[in-house]
Design a protein around this ligand. Sequence first.
Ligand code: NCD
Ligand code: ZN
Length: 345
Amino acid sequence: MTRTLTLRRPDDWHLHLRDGAMLAAVLPETARHFARAIVMPNLVPPVVTTAQASAYRDRILAALPPGSSFEPLMTLYLTEDTDPDDVAQGAARGLIHAVKLYPAGATTNSASGVSDFDRIHPVLERMAKIGLPLCVHGETTDPEIDIFDREAVFIARTLDPIRRAHPGLRVVMEHVTTSDAVDYVTDAGDSLAATITTHHLVINRNHILAGGIRPHYYCLPVAKRETHRRALLRAATSGHARFFLGTDSAPHPDAAKLAPCGCAGCFTATNTLSILAEVFDREDALPNLEAFTSLNGPAFYRLPANEDRITLRRTPPDHPAQIETADGPLTVFDPGFALNWSVAP
Ligand code: NCD
Ligand code: ZN
């Protein structure tokens, strides 16, 4: 039985770090294990300009534990008024690594996102020209569409037309949850990749709703039926170059999760690597874990893979069930099965 596994240090290609006291509480959880992360821009107000992204990066660096070399990779929140020149300048400076498309109203803090997709063509054209990736929250916001169908409908109605209009545009479909998305990405060429979260490899919709409602498993896109989870698992463990880890670790204090209208998001930064090792081990796919966590992401983002290594040991992890924050406790995602792997200190 494999007892230790050494990997290039992982990166997280989709992370919510928030700001202020929450940033201070959650950043060490990611910086402990990950070298870099694509930092989502859905703050209140959102990060819409290069100047705002630069200031946010400074706040993240200031909140890092002493001695940490964690590198935040900044993104811009796409609005109908985004200035293509500002995006191009941010990318040329090496500050901006992607632009994030939120359909208006699709998820947490997405009210300033895009409603009229015709208005974003100039900025997409510029991004295609300079090779800057577009990260997409792939859910339609049409209230007539069932929430479990919103990803598949978004691909057909919105994403595919955008990609046809901008053939050179490099796109990351974020946090895919369906076999439809896995098939769409698999069948596409090199310009389309997808991130897969930790929690979507673990839970299906029964985990949220059967035997009592479990708000800590509620996230967006919402987990789908088991056949979809199996498709995600196959994609993640296959080693396929265009699927990589984006945890979508999205902290909300328990008071905001355990409410009549609870927030969407699973907080997985603390135990993601233990969970992934367990999941890959069960699939007999540990040899492909490094591709998923540490190689495929940098290759798509045209960055070098990390040179330093982490070691996973077959020892149960020892982490708190909750993190203390200024807004009260924040629950760490519970996969619902025993974890046997931990990251060596
Ligand atoms: C994210 C958040 O809380 O910011 N929530 C979530 O359920 N994933 C937003 C997002 O990525 O959709
Ligand atoms: Zn997210």
